[in-house]
Design a protein around this ligand. Structure first.
Ligand SMILES: Nc1ncnc2c1ncn2[C@@H]1O[C@H](COP(=O)(O)OP(=O)(O)OP(=O)(O)O)[C@@H](O)[C@H]1O
Length: 399
């Protein structure tokens, strides 16, 4: 049996993403895992929030893992997947519900469980209905997942993930919970290494607005003004293809805007903003115009670096690069001729995959993945273990 890997939860970003990636990889590789100081860099002492606990418990059930220490606010857990059976089918149900009774981000739960389902080897589609928040600050919204992440996964060879939003749930103070169903078809072959390095020209931009119905015209006008002003920075002198969609947020304090640029090579770049406070009388115009300016500015910065992934997508692709077979590269772009540094979230994701499965990333955002599920995967892991023990020997000799 593999020895337990220990991760220190304060490393780098020190948030929930470290836990999500680690538990997903532990379940897949059946490697026991111990995490201390979970979310150690977050305020109020860190520990597991409901959303994290839900993900850990679901993965423990799906991989038949022994879980100890897990509870709300827990700072240390040990997760030991069963190594006796590899028959995922027994525990990974084809139709499953994950219910949260708080508006914790549905999409962060999805982020935690997706690699496990995709690479589980199960021979049936897995339908997961998750309740909680669909649009929550500092996490991917439903709209971002369905318009940026899933089309990108399709571009790199993971075609079969369908999404359906049943109702919206907003972070903080929302009265109703939202729910989404994701239907995932597990891979039947190892994921081939992929490159996202050819950006292409911006072909179209889709704007998604969620806001109280009364401000529909107003919000759309703000966006049209911004497209007039900043269209050249987006499209250059090419024809602009613009689509603006509006959905009633059914909440007088919830305003959300997502802009997604699609390029001629199918690359998606997205930026969004959620404003979830009240708007004082006479201030609506200012709020909508500030939102529009901010999201346009952020999207244009993503377009100008010329890379193939926005800041958030970059960290969300790391685990897929690490599990794919052979070399994968995601171009994060350049500013003033210098490579755009990965965000702290992306560096954390890269650190976790290195600790868990020995995959190293270079400065270009490339790595050699282990080819999870392929016949020679054991060899790749063994080679890596051997390499690491030589590295330890080298260090010992140097002392
Ligand atoms: N606006 C956004 N659009 C898309 N993805 C986002 C956005 N904001 C954050 N994310 C993604 O959400 C994840 C947040 O990870 P993080 O570790 O902060 O999670 P967390 O579970 O909320 O932890 P914590 O509560 O500890 O902050 C990252 O993968 C990041 O890329």
């Amino acid at each position: 049996m593999a020895s337990t890997i220990h991760l220190e939860g304060t490393t780098l970003e020190g948030g929930g993403q470290l836990l999500r990636i680690a538990i997903g990889l532990s379940s897949l590789t059946q490697t026991p895992l111990n995490i201390t100081n979970i979310r150690g860099k977050r305020s109020r002492g860190g520990g597991l929030k409901a959303q994290h606990l839900t993900s850990v418990q679901w993965l423990a059930q799906a991989s038949n893992a022994q879980l100890s220490g897990a509870g709300l606010k827990s700072k240390e857990i040990t997760f030991a997947p069963s190594t006796k059976e590899s028959k995922t089918e027994k525990y990974l149900k084809c139709d499953t519900q994950i219910s949260q009774d708080t508006p914790g981000s549905i999409n962060l739960v999805f982020q935690a469980i997706l690699p496990y389902i995709l690479f589980s080897g199960a021979k049936y589609s897995v339908k997961v209905r998750i309740s909680g928040g669909t649009n929550v600050s500092n996490s991917p919204s439903y709209d971002y997942i369905s318009q940026v992440l899933l089309p990108t996964l399709s571009l790199i060879g993971i075609a079969e993930i369908k999404s359906q939003v049943h109702s919206r749930g907003w972070s903080q103070g929302g009265t109703t919970l939202g729910s989404i169903t994701y239907t995932v078809t597990p891979l039947t072959q190892p994921l081939p290494g992929f490159t996202l390095t050819t950006r292409g020209d911006i072909k179209s931009v889709k704007a998604t607005i969620l806001a109280p119905k009364a401000c529909e015209e107003h919000f759309k006008n703000e966006l049209n003004v911004m497209f007039d002003r900043r269209g050249t920075a987006i499209f250059g002198d090419r024809e602009s293809e613009i689509d603006i969609s509006f959905e009633d947020s059914l909440h007088d304090k919830r305003f959300y805007l997502l802009l997604v640029a699609t390029t001629t090579t199918g690359v998606k770049l997205g930026r969004d903003w959620l404003y979830d406070r009240g708007v004082k009388a006479g201030k609506l115009e200012m709020v909508l115009s500030s939102m529009a300016k901010k999201v346009f500015g952020d999207l244009i910065a993503e377009i100008e670096h010329g890379g193939c992934a926005d800041e958030f997508l970059r960290d969300q692709l790391v685990v897929f690069q690490a599990l794919a077979k052979g070399r994968s590269e995601v171009d994060g772009g350049r500013r003033k001729g210098v490579l755009v540094e990965p965000s702290l979230h992306a560096k954390t994701a890269q650190w976790v995959v290195n600790e868990m499965i020995g995959v190293e990333f270079d400065d270009d955002g490339a790595c050699k993945g282990i080819g999870f599920g392929s016949e020679d995967e054991d060899e790749t892991i063994e080679e890596e273990e051997l390499r690491q023990s030589f590295a330890i020997l080298d260090v010992a000799q140097a002392r």
